[in-house]
Design a protein around this ligand. Structure first.
Ligand code: ZN
Length: 437
């Protein structure tokens, strides 16, 4: 990784784009839909710290989530600060304005110090021909045979291929530059972390495409520290990775090599790392990721959100009584509107409707039956990934219940907290980071 360990430098950077809030090597995005689990989530990071794993907690919430639930970015900040204060967390932490665009960023600016600039909308739209030509002119080193250390064979990038990629992504990079400068003008560049996300798009980006994208972002002067490409395979919500794990591992490693190269070559921040979105519950790729981190010394940002909301439901069901009633009620509403809830998530869920129990059946379930169908234990015979995915996308049902739902969370706080912490620590932080040096 570029010959030196960027994480050992204290705030000093060798890049020209050296004015940014530095992000630690391992950071963990924790979405908290209803802003009640901050302490339980942070407790998972404390448990990791006791194992010697240094994690920077990041609370992320997108504009879309805020509008679905009826919350405001100030609430995310307040919940994060409260958790930090309550557990006396001494390390860094951030509040991520997730998937923002120029039209949606403003209300996040006072409350966030991490911005995930979503440029998916501009992907595939051609930039001005004169800009594409100028971009190619600035980067003769990316046309022809491009040798990247740590990658088996060189990339062969013809001029036509370079222009094709530029026409896919240059406009997005320009848009990222515009949004970055807008935030920097309002907050001051030294006061936030920049991520660029391209995961919510049709096609995965290949490693050579990532290289060209990073060149374009560097030209725009965006000091990005995390980039979220769309990886190969399916990142379904709240369940394991579906795809060719060997191919994922190869591309992940090539992406790491491309990033290390881009840092050296284009002067991007040495802390630049991959961000894995929909990163919760992807158990089968955690070991390949862990191996890559050990081998390269690279950093990682993993973003999770809905997995914590599902632990709220698990905790409610486990608590029994009115908690279990609430969990059953939410499922009954979800199954009643299954098509409506699933439609917006068609590309990120795979539900087998024939595996969804009817409301009457679930209403007769015990705590144990509900919990074992929902909890992400793939080897448990009662685990039902369709049931889990439907509930994953049905948080609007709980949002509609308002105080009734929030009061149930408060009544059963301790059992929910145990599940939230255990899920993040045992199933995520430990398999990803334990033993990584
Ligand atoms: Zn995303």
């Amino acid at each position: 990784m570029g010959g030196c360990d960027p994480y050992s430098q204290s705030g000093k950077s060798i890049t020209s784009m050296n004015n940014y809030l530095k992000l630690g090597r391992f950071s963990f995005g924790m979405g908290d839909r209803f802003a009640r689990q901050g302490r339980a989530q942070l407790e998972a990071c404390l448990q990791a710290a006791r194992l010697g794993i240094e994690i920077v907690p990041v609370w992320n919430k997108s504009n879309r989530e805020h509008s679905f639930i009826g919350t405001h970015p100030s609430g995310t900040r307040a919940a994060a600060d409260a958790a930090i204060g309550a557990l006396h967390w001494q390390g860094a932490y951030h509040v991520d304005a997730d998937h923002i665009r120029l039209e949606t960023v403003d209300r996040f600016i006072p409350h966030s110090d991490f911005f995930t600039i979503d440029v998916a909308d501009s992907i595939g739209k051609a930039a001005a021909a004169v800009d594409v030509a100028a971009f190619a002119g600035r980067h003769p080193e990316l046309i022809g045979t491009v040798v990247i250390p740590q990658i088996g064979g060189p990339f062969e990038i013809t001029r036509a291929e370079f222009e094709r990629v530029a026409n896919q992504f240059l406009l997005s990079a320009q848009q990222a530059g515009r949004i970055y400068r807008h935030i920097a003008a309002a907050k001051g560049p030294a006061h936030f972390v920049t991520e660029v996300s391209m995961d919510e798009t049709e096609r995965p980006q290949t490693p050579p495409e990532l290289l060209i994208i990073l060149a374009a972002l560097a030209d725009e002067g965006v000091p990005l520290q995390t980039i979220a490409p769309k990886f190969t395979g399916r990142f379904n919500k709240g369940v394991d990775y579906v795809g060719d794990v060997a191919q994922f591992e190869r591309e992940f490693n090539e992406d790491l090599a491309v990033i290390a190269f881009a840092v050296e070559r284009f002067g991007l921040p040495p802390t630049l790392k991959l961000s894995v979105h929909s990163g919760s519950d992807k158990f089968s790729i955690y070991e390949p990721i862990r191996r890559a981190l050990i081998r390269t010394g690279a950093g990682l940002h993993l973003k999770t959100a809905g997995t914590t909301w599902l632990e709220e439901l698990i905790g409610l069901a486990e608590a029994g009584g009115d908690g279990l009633d609430m969990a059953r009620e939410i499922y009954a509403a979800a199954i009643g509107q299954v098509d409506e809830f699933c439609a917006p998530y068609a590309t990120v869920i795979d539900i087998d409707k024939s595996r969804l129990p009817c409301a009457e059946e679930v209403n007769a379930w015990t705590s144990e039956q509900f919990v074992s169908a929902l909890r992400h234990d793939p080897v448990h015979p009662a685990f039902n990934p369709s049931f889990r995915q439907l509930l994953h996308v049905s948080f609007k049902v709980a949002a509609k219940k308002g105080d009734r739902y929030l009061n149930a969370l408060a009544r059963h706080e301790s059992v929910i907290a145990r599940n939230v912490t255990g899920n993040l620590f045992e199933r995520h932080l430990k398999p990803l980071f334990a033993g990584v040096k």
